[in-house]
Design a protein around this ligand. Structure first.
Ligand code: F6P
Length: 414
């Protein structure tokens, strides 16, 4: 991990509707999940707040001196705020604006260096017009800039705004030091002079991110014998209730969505659960449950009685607490990192049959919840979580799949 004190500014570059904000949000979510303090400074929001929402395309005309001055002012204000946030202990500022001319980027780089912050330009280029069109329709027309404006008028105005920027746009060139160019949503990625472990992670995410959006389902395995006994870890098989859940899961995915990928851990309770789908599965060691070390196989009560210090320490800081000879939640996050990249590369819908602690950390990444919440999240057994990405995050639906069985036992599993 990068030295805690390193200050970084990721400067987004690109014409409007090239997915800069989408990338910035994704990067911020990833960095926060890795434990970094990351924050987005979006110049569009500053403009709306300080100058007003409904600015016609002519405001963005490079020949309009008033518009230019006003835009430059808010851009510098946002950058200044980023700097004061970094001075106050922030680590990675994502400066989200078009930053479309070399002159503007030179000033930004200069100011960042004066501030002692490293700069990486992250440029999004789209030669594929269909990507731009989809972006315009899916995100820009919903923008606060066009509240109360007809779709037709908004489209006309926004295209004119893009045309203004296109006239002045200068792509990042080799002399501009550290940069990553993401072309056509990741079909091609160009990396220039990127150094340091944290920036290497930024590059890894950008290399693996795909534009295609697909649903991800998360579920814990069916109830296991150890779950019934409230024991930690182990590799026990499913209980009869767990088997009923596996059958219900199989029925839920009949017929399966086209191309559905099914991932499990290497432990038999997840493999057995996924077997009911009758589809090929991939077993990942990274998805194995948190290693409870010396507590593996104990019940929570036994742990409290036999190792009160361990129990108390875990209760005091469950995120950082590492089981003797085992893992902490933070360790789980680190071992899941390659799997996240694999998940980002997926172009098909994916079902992950996992375990409580591991799914809590995956869920935190997918929905952007702070990692501090991970160890305390409620992810009950026998509940299917469906996450469908939208332009700004994802929609979530939870379904208890074995309602009939649960009601018969009059318990909601934990
Ligand atoms: O109880 C099921 C289980 O998956 C255990 O194997 C594991 O140790 C535990 O959940 C993790 O949850 P927590 O961190 O809340 O103890």
């Amino acid at each position: 991990m990068q030295h805690r004190e390193a200050k970084i500014v990721l400067v987004m570059v690109g014409l409007p509707a090239r997915g800069k904000s989408f990338l910035a949000r994704k990067l911020a979510r990833y960095l926060r999940w890795l434990g970094q303090d990351a924050r987005i400074f979006n110049v569009g929001s500053y403009r709306r707040e300080r100058i007003g929402q409904h600015k016609p395309a002519s405001f963005f005309d490079p020949q309009n001196p008033d518009g230019n001055r006003a835009r430059q002012r808010v851009a510098l204000e946002a950058l200044e705020d980023a700097f004061s946030w970094l001075r106050g202990g922030g680590q990675v500022a994502l400066y989200d604006a078009t930053n479309s001319t070399r002159a503007r980027r030179r000033v930004i780089a200069e100011l960042c260096h004066r501030e002692g912050a490293e700069v990486l330009f992250v440029e999004s280029l789209c030669f594929d017009r269909t990507i731009v069109e989809t972006n315009v329709r899916e995100t820009k027309l919903m923008s606060p800039d066009y509240v109360g404006v007809s779709t037709e008028e908004a489209l006309r105005d926004f295209r004119e705004r893009i045309a203004h920027y296109e006239r002045a746009y200068e792509p990042v060139d080799d002399s501009e030091q550290s940069f990553v160019k993401v072309i056509d949503g990741g079909r091609q990625v160009v990396v220039n002079r990127v150094d340091g472990p944290l920036l290497a992670r930024v590059v890894a995410l950008l290399l693996n991110s795909r534009l295609t959006r697909h649903t991800i389902w998360l579920t814990r395995h069916g109830e296991s014998i150890y779950n019934k006994e409230r024991r930690l870890g182990g590799d026990s098989p499913l209980s009869p209730r767990g088997e009923a859940f596996a059958t219900a899961l199989g029925a839920h995915f009949t017929p399966p969505p086209p191309g559905l990928a099914v991932w499990t851990s290497t432990l038999q309770r997840t493999v057995q659960t996924a077997d009911a789908l009758g589809l090929p599965t991939t077993a990942w060691r990274q998805l194995d449950e948190i290693d409870a070390g010396v507590c593996d196989g104990l019940t929570y009560d036994e742990m409290a009685r036999r190792m009160p210090d361990v129990y108390a320490a875990r209760k005091a800081d469950k995120l950082r607490f590492r089981f003797p000879q085992g893992e902490s939640y933070l360790d789980v996050i680190h071992r899941l990192e390659p799997l996240i990249l694999e998940l980002e590369r997926q172009t098909a819908p994916t079902l992950i049959v996992g375990h409580q602690a591991v799914l809590r950390t995956l869920y935190a990444y997918l929905v952007g919840d702070p990692i501090e919440n991970c160890p305390h999240m409620t992810l009950p057994l026998h509940t299917l979580i469906e996450l469908t990405p939208n332009a700004y995050g994802c929609d979530e639906k939870r379904t208890l799949l074995t309602r009939a069985v649960e009601e018969r036992h009059s318990i909601i599993p934990s």
